[in-house]
Design a protein around this ligand. Structure first.
Ligand SMILES: *[C@@H]1O[C@H](CO)[C@@H](O)[C@H](O)[C@H]1NC(C)=O
Ligand SMILES: *[C@@H]1O[C@H](CO)[C@@H](O)[C@H](O)[C@H]1NC(C)=O
Ligand SMILES: *[C@@H]1O[C@H](CO)[C@@H](O)[C@H](O)[C@H]1NC(C)=O
Length: 353
């Protein structure tokens, strides 16, 4: 009996999710995004670490979330836009042989307020150089109109000088995922970077259908992971009756959910279709969970301390970086000595950086 039940679950699982079919389809067109579970579990740790508020620990990659699968990461630059409450870093993972860029999600107010704003307040603007493409004004300016973009671009040049022209992987969670997408697009379109890959977690919609279609062409190697009933990927809302007026996701979604009967529960990772709005993926359920938004692959995504826009500046931080008149901070590794590993407990090393 037990065995038959088990087989039934497997059959149902295959019928409902069809992951096998979807994966096969993805593999046939090999320049498209291929979902790699191992890579996802690594990148989610990068997206989690960028939330850490102790800047010295983050810069020296000694924070509590800087261990595990990301151990040995070489941070090139940490950018903290205090004015706009944004945080991002650029570094090199020798394991992945890639530059990794990670963006923090929103810390400005309570997540509930932010989600409500995303539902009701949809200020859009034209995406420059793409006729009819509209994007969310808040996400666009967070990347393009703050200290974040110049910081990222200079760090990419530094990384190139130190490690050569290696692949670039851009990641982020929540609003950080939206910024990651806009950053990757910027790198491909304006900086002519060739090998750019994107993986985001719990990302909101960024723009309209025209934007999604431009994005898809520029960045075929993009995976948007959505966890179960996470509310944020459902926002700003999608109205299928106004296909040209509505916000629309770009592909390719990977939807994580559980299927189960009684005590037998199986996690499923469904690779969705190339439309960006696969009706059989997360759109088949109601997005009503904040807790599903805050944990992906068992990794916590959110600030480590309960504090609005929490940034911990210890006296060493000023030695590590430069601060502008508005209090925004850039911690930049000096290319000349960057091959030396920072010693987190050694003041002499720090002050020479
Ligand atoms: C998936 O990613 C991991 C980590 O980058 C890599 O080692 C592995 O070869 C990849 N698997 C495939 C099938 O590409
Ligand atoms: C960027 O910031 C400047 C100055 O704060 C402002 O005048 C401009 O309108 C902003 N651009 C966008 C696209 O919001
Ligand atoms: C860091 O510096 C301390 C004190 O100078 C030293 O004891 C320790 O071994 C160093 N750690 C590394 C990893 O070099």
């Amino acid at each position: 009996m037990e065995r038959i039940g088990f087989m039934k679950v497997l059959v149902i699982l295959c019928l409902i999710c069809g992951t096998g079919r979807a994966r096969a389809a993805v593999h046939r067109v090999n320049h498209k995004a291929v979902y790699n579970h191992t890579l996802a579990t690594i990148l989610v740790e990068y997206a989690s670490a960028v939330y850490m508020s102790d800047l010295t620990q983050l810069f020296t990659w000694t924070c509590a979330r800087c261990d595990g699968l990301t151990k040995g990461f070489d941070v090139i630059e940490l950018i903290v836009d205090v004015q706009n409450c944004l945080q991002a870093y650029v570094g090199v993972s020798t394991n992945l042989n890639a530059v990794v860029i990670a963006f923090r999600g929103t810390q400005e107010r309570s997540i509930q307020n932010w989600i409500e704003d995303l539902y009701w307040k949809q200020f859009e603007m034209s995406y420059p150089g793409m006729p009819d493409a509209m994007v969310h004004h808040g996400f666009y300016t967070a990347y393009h109109n703050t200290t974040i973009r110049p910081g990222i671009l200079s760090a990419i040049e530094t990384s190139k000088a130190l490690y050569g022209d290696i692949k670039i992987i851009v990641t982020g969670h929540s609003m950080g995922g939206a910024m990651a997408a806009l950053c990757a697009l910027d790198l491909v379109i304006n900086l002519n970077k060739k090998d750019v890959q994107v993986m985001t977690f719990g990302q909101p919609r960024v723009g309209n259908a025209v934007f999604a279609s431009y994005y898809k062409q520029a960045l075929p190697n993009t995976i948007r992971v959505v966890n179960d009933h996470d509310v944020v990927p459902h926002l700003p809302p999608y109205y299928s009756i106004f296909p040209h007026k509505t916000y629309q996701h770009f592909p390719r979604e990977v939807w994580l959910y559980n299927i189960g009967v009684g005590s037998l529960v199986y996690p499923v990772e469904k690779v969705c279709d190339g439309s960006g709005e696969d009706p059989s993926c997360s759109r088949s359920v109601v997005g009503n969970s904040i807790s599903d938004h805050l944990v992906y692959y068992g990794v916590e995504l959110g600030c480590d301390i309960a504090m609005s826009c929490g940034i911990v500046m210890d006296p060493h931080v000023k030695k590590l970086g430069t601060m502008d008149e508005r209090g925004n901070l850039v911690l930049l590794k000096n290319p000349a000595i960057s091959v030396l590993k920072l010693n987190a407990t050694d003041d002499a090393t720090r002050s020479s950086i």
